[in-house]
Design a protein around this ligand. Structure first.
Ligand code: NAD
Length: 353
């Protein structure tokens, strides 16, 4: 199977590339614009594989995307390219509308033209897998879970653009017959996550002896899934999912933001004794809440489990321990990012996923 993975130099896309490139019978083309969030070191381990290639392309550039399709002749697209950070979407939504909405529209149009030119057997096999977030469903109260039937109610510019993209993908199936699948996943964590997101931000702040900024009272709750479990789920959906369906992917690990930060603090200070000394209460810093901050996200993943036999391998405890160890052991990965990409930006002063 020949798969175009968009956003394959990002956090989740690179985990998908690393997974698929090792699968027998798969050929991967990683299509990525290489924004600030991208890092080709995330795919270094597979970059010399004969079944892996990379193209620096903007998904909004129709001609360039069409050329990739006609040269590579994919059997499937896994669409992960996006602007992904909620706080950035609040500060500047334009890039989110451009990439997440216009970019998805552009990719759909190229895929539609390409699909229409395929013979019947290839049409039967073709898949357009759109990777989305549970944030499209909006906020839960203290009870309940998001199912595939939950109505969309996005609250941030980020989630609104992802919801818009989901609707376009759905419409291209119903209107034009493009064989699409959509998956909506909860918060991911793991190695190679860009250090503006909650878990790596907190790990690096503890390692650097900085304060740990937490929005509001820290009671906002998220469901956490290790990125390798998400990549396995995406592989399962691509190969076994039903066309036209939606799948919710989650880890059944609901944790408040404050508890996440506390667990990170405990893990780092245990692993790296020179970071210990201060109590958690001395380093936690409650900052003004994010505007429109969703209270709680939680996924009902029973369709993934019952229909596709997928379930996560990592518990939050084992996944977090592995992730903390990875960041401690990979200073050479994140130090240049802090130095080069963050000069003058507000990392560590309230940016919390
Ligand atoms: P990321 O920000 O780490 O990576 C995004 C990648 O997309 C980067 O490599 C970037 O260069 C690329 N990209 C951005 N704009 C592009 C453009 N115009 N053309 C081509 N490439 C472009 O994001 P991530 O956390 O890996 O998320 C990947 C996908 O998964 C996104 O669609 C996101 O909405 C979704 N998702 C993320 C999470 C999460 O917790 N991170 C959870 C659920 C769903």
């Amino acid at each position: 199977m020949k798969v175009v993975v968009t956003g394959g130099a990002g956090f989740i896309g690179s985990a998908v590339c690393r997974l698929l490139a090792r699968k027998k019978g798969f050929e991967i083309l990683n299509l990525d614009k290489l924004t600030y969030a991208a890092d080709l070191r995330t795919v270094e381990v597979v970059s010399a594989f004969p079944n892996y290639s990379f193209a620096k392309v903007d998904v909004c550039n129709k001609e360039a995307v069409a050329t990739v399709f006609s040269d590579f002749q994919p059997d499937a697209v896994m669409h992960l390219a996006a602007e992904s950070h909620v706080d950035r979407s609040i500060d500047g939504p334009a890039d989110f509308i451009q990439t997440n909405v216009i970019g998805t529209f552009t990719l759909l149009e190229v895929a539609r033209d390409y699909f229409n030119g395929l013979d019947d057997a290839c049409k039967q096999a073709f898949r357009f897998h759109h990777v989305s977030t549970d944030e499209v469903y909006g906020s839960l109260g203290d009870e309940g879970l998001f199912t595939e039937q939950t109505a969309y109610a996005p609250n941030s510019p980020y989630s609104a653009t992802k919801a818009g993209a989901d609707h376009l993908v759905r419409a291209w199936h119903h209107t034009y017959g493009l064989p699409v699948i959509i998956s909506n996943c909860s918060n991911n964590y793991g190695p190679y996550q860009f250090p503006e997101k909650l878990i790596p931000l907190m790990i690096l702040n503890v390692l650097q002896g900085k304060k740990l900024p937490v929005y509001g009272d820290g009671g906002n709750t998220r469901d956490w899934l290790h990125v390798e479990d998400h990549a396995e789920a995406l592989f399962t959906i691509l190969t076994q999912g039903r066309v036209g369906e939606k799948y919710n992917v989650g880890g059944c690990n609901e944790v408040t933001n404050l508890d996440v930060v506390r667990k990170v603090f405990d893990a780092v200070t245990t692993l790296v004794p020179e970071t210990a000394g201060k109590s958690f209460d001395e380093v936690v810093d409650f900052v003004d809440d994010r505007p429109g901050h969703d209270w709680r996200y939680a996924i009902d993943p029973s369709k993934m489990r019952d229909e596709l036999g997928w379930s996560p391998k990592y518990s939050f405890e084992t996944g977090l321990a592995q992730t903390v160890t990875w960041y401690v052991d990979h200073r050479a990965w994140w130090e240049p990012i802090l130095k080069d990409k963050y000069a003058g930006q507000r990392l560590g002063q309230g940016i919390v996923q």
